[in-house]
Design a protein around this ligand. Structure first.
Ligand SMILES: Cc1cc2nc3c(=O)[nH]c(=O)nc-3n(C[C@H](O)[C@H](O)[C@H](O)COP(=O)(O)OP(=O)(O)OC[C@H]3O[C@@H](n4cnc5c(N)ncnc54)[C@H](O)[C@@H]3O)c2cc1C
Length: 422
């Protein structure tokens, strides 16, 4: 990093390479710093912490930790978030290579506490983390079947009911052991749309004999469905059953995000509105430009760069926000209430890395029509490159100040790709 800084070279940093943003963890004509070979994980029983190097995959980390009865929170949003906060809220200490090549250790209690907080939401703008020490989550071993969860699949005849159930859950449920992700997806093949919806949840029971709280997921469980994998399981098994993280690997992704506050209007209106506009987006992508009459068989949206489109909702509970605050806070600093994170996701077909202007314009228009509720922060891992995610953060001004302090020449912004707004 010192050499990159001195010689002013374009660069990028890659850990898992799973980011939906092209250019954020790859570079053309620059230097790529890859953590592919730094993949260690260890559990310190006396401190009850887990130390990870950046290249490890969450599945590998969970498998290695399971014999100790502990785990870590994967992604930025995890199924344990209600009780443990955003995954960044579990961070206790980080080794960080600053933009000029200096190596520092940041924690909530040392001289780099401002940097420490900025890392919790600041994405790749504040330095390169080479070691993470995080709180262990006591999830049990493979033999401990303390979780009930899985995925239920639906056809689109129940879309409205699923959407209502989703809004009701996100707005009202306050149970730190509960989680929910609802997904409305449409695949495009030739000129045919294949809608499929699903709800994924994981519930942390206190013992293998405890059942789901009555009513909590009934709206989802009672809807006519196409199939379900919901069952009792250990943490590592339920998380691994939900996917390996290599789905869509090598295919281009286009993300976009919004966030709906629970305090808004009827609590359902924004969900209904976004779903209707998502339907309009799908039609716009499907329709042939300047076409008259019904779409024809050569009107294939996959040629325009869309294999499938998704509108997904993740619940963020008040308890999740509270845990983050109790642990020193993060720069997203959401208000203390439930809200829903909204993700708009398009996957491109294999070997296609660009979309037509028609798709680009339709995506922009859809995102413009579903702005986040005032004061609710977007989640950077689900946002579009053009969205000013940092400006939605509760501690945006603090984030800017901290950035000026650690990168006074704005080297990171000038020489690597990442979120805008600093
Ligand atoms: C199909 C799909 C599904 C997804 N589902 C979820 C989900 O369910 N939940 C969720 O939370 N997220 C989800 N994501 C988002 C994904 O988890 C995030 O983009 C995450 O950042 C990927 O981690 P990574 O290690 O692969 O990052 P990379 O792609 O390697 O890097 C992402 C960013 O972090 C920076 N970076 C990487 N390593 C370091 C480091 N050591 N120090 C500093 N900066 C670094 C990079 O420069 C880049 O800007 C999904 C993404 C895709 C494509």
């Amino acid at each position: 990093m010192r050499a990159i800084f001195r010689h002013e070279v374009k660069y990028a940093v890659r850990s898992g390479g799973h980011s939906g943003m092209s250019g954020w963890s790859s570079t053309e004509g620059g230097i790529l710093i890859s953590f592919e070979h730094m993949t260690s994980v260890s559990y310190n029983e006396s401190k009850d912490t887990v130390t990870l190097q950046p290249g490890i995959r969450w599945g590998e980390a969970l498998t290695a930790l399971e014999p100790f009865g502990v785990g870590v929170l994967g992604g930025g949003l995890s199924f344990l978030a209600g009780a443990h906060g955003f995954s960044v809220d579990t961070l206790l200490e980080a080794d960080v290579v600053l933009v000029n090549g200096d190596l520092v250790t940041a924690s909530a209690t040392n001289q780099y506490n401002d940097l420490f907080r900025a890392l919790k939401g600041g994405a790749n703008r504040f330095g390169i983390v080479t070691r993470y020490e995080v709180r262990a989550a006591h999830v049990g071993t493979k033999a401990d079947k303390n979780f009930i969860g899985g995925t239920i699949f639906y056809d689109n005849s129940t879309s409205e009911a699923l959407l209502k159930a989703t809004a009701k859950f996100i707005n009202n449920v306050n149970d730190p052991r509960a989680s929910l992700l609802s997904v409305f997806s449409v695949s495009f093949a030739n000129n045919t749309l294949f809608p499929i919806n699903f709800a994924t949840f994981v519930y942390n029971t206190s013992s293998p004999s405890e059942n789901l709280p009555p009513g909590l997921y009934d709206d989802f469980l009672n809807l006519p469905n196409l199939g379900s994998s919901v069952g009792r399981s250990s943490y590592v098994d339920v998380v691994n059953s939900l996917g390996t993280g290599t789905e869509g690997s090598g295919q281009g992704q286009m993300f976009g995000a919004s966030a709906f506050s629970s305090g808004e209007g009827s609590g359902y209106a924004r969900y209904e509105d976004s779903y209707r506009k998502f339907g309009q987006y799908v039609e716009a992508v499907r329709a042939k430009p300047n076409a008259t009459g019904p779409p024809s068989s050569d009107d294939d949206p996959t040629k325009d760069g869309v294999e499938f489109a998704i509108l997904a909702f993740t619940s963020v509970q008040k308890s999740q926000v509270q845990v983050g605050r109790n642990r020193g806070g993060n720069v997203m600093d959401p208000p203390l209430r439930n809200y829903g994170l909204v993700q708009f996701h398009n996957q491109m077909p294999p070997n296609i890395d660009t979309v037509s202007r028609r798709v680009r314009d339709a995506r922009r228009e859809f995102l413009r029509q579903i702005p986040p509720s005032p004061g609710i922060p977007l989640y950077v891992g689900e946002s579009d490159k053009e969205q000013n995610v940092f400006a939605t953060y509760g501690r945006y001004e603090e984030l800017r100040r901290t950035y000026r302090k650690y990168d006074p020449t704005r080297f990171n912004i000038r020489y690597t790709d990442g979120p805008i707004g600093l």
